[in-house]
Design a protein around this ligand. Structure first.
Ligand code: IPE
Ligand code: IPE
Ligand code: MG
Length: 241
């Protein structure tokens, strides 16, 4: 990690390629998903070592509900298992755990486990977490923006003039990511070069990095390599340097 001067505050990963990873080994897609959990562990460790403050992971999209029921069920079970097995460890390391998305579509049992885990890893008053780990579950960018717009419409229904003074920062506060800085770096594994309805608003100025590595093969050294590439990028935000 030495020599990496510009460490991104928020790294976000679209974890893709589990199915293809399993297929190459003649195995069921779900084998790839469970192997992918090991890559999550590795990236959490790497993010802590590098001093990244937010690591967010796209785990399940709104569109993924359209997959075969068996696969959806396994993915939800893996989430439940990960919460059961990892939360105390995360807590011990000072990592705050959060899940964002359309949780109304999840089973009440899973929602309860998620809420419990979020509370367990909440840092004590006045203490900053070492890392905030955000998992996007049943999430889509257009859903997030639409829900924010609906909340604002309800709030301002009786005061349409106040709408004119709304700022971009005000809008930020209505998204599920309120209070979380926009991703500096978005990594997508498996060679696909699209956002697949991920953080559309929040990625407005993120650096994008696409790698052919399949998610279950993406480990610490791949994470550090991505940070090194980020450090070499020139972020201009439309200005001239
Ligand atoms: C990513 O791997 C995990 C989820 C989207 C839930 P995929 O399951 O999309 O794997 P591929 O893209 O089919 O290889
Ligand atoms: C995006 O991967 C969603 C997640 C990684 C959770 P998909 O595999 O679902 O995306 P598409 O179908 O290739 O766009
Ligand atoms: Mg995929």
């Amino acid at each position: 990690m030495e020599g990496i001067s510009k460490v991104p505050s928020h790294v976000s990963i679209i974890m893709d390629g589990n199915g293809r990873w399993a297929a190459r080994r003649g195995r069921e897609r779900v084998y790839g998903h469970s192997e992918g959990v090991e890559s999550v562990r590795a990236c959490v460790e790497a993010a802590c070592e590098a001093g990244v403050k937010y690591l967010s992971l796209f785990a399940f999209s709104e569109e993924n509900w359209g997959r075969p029921q068996e696969e959806v069920g396994t993915l939800m079970e893996l989430m439940m298992e990960a919460i059961r097995n990892e939360i105390e460890k995360l807590r011990g390391q000072g990592i705050r755990f959060r899940v964002l998305g359309n949780l109304s579509r999840l089973s009440p049992k899973l929602v309860e486990a998620i809420r419990g885990a979020e509370l367990r890893t909440m840092p004590p008053e006045g203490k900053e977490p070492v890392l905030t780990l955000v998992v996007f579950l049943s999430y889509s960018g257009k859903w997030d923006i639409l829900e924010a717009a609906k909340s604002l419409a309800r709030k301002y229904a009786s005061d349409p003039e106040a709408v004119e003074s709304l700022s971009i920062q005000d809008f930020d506060n209505y998204l599920v990511t309120a209070g979380i800085p926009d991703p500096d770096l978005v990594i997508r594994t498996s060679g696909e070069q699209r956002l697949s309805n991920y953080l559309l608003w929040q990625c407005a100025y993120s650096e994008l990095l696409f790698t052919d590595t399949l998610w279950p093969d993406f480990r610490k050294e791949d994470f550090f390599r991505a940070l090194a590439e980020y450090a070499g990028r020139d972020r201009r935000y439309g200005k001239v340097k």
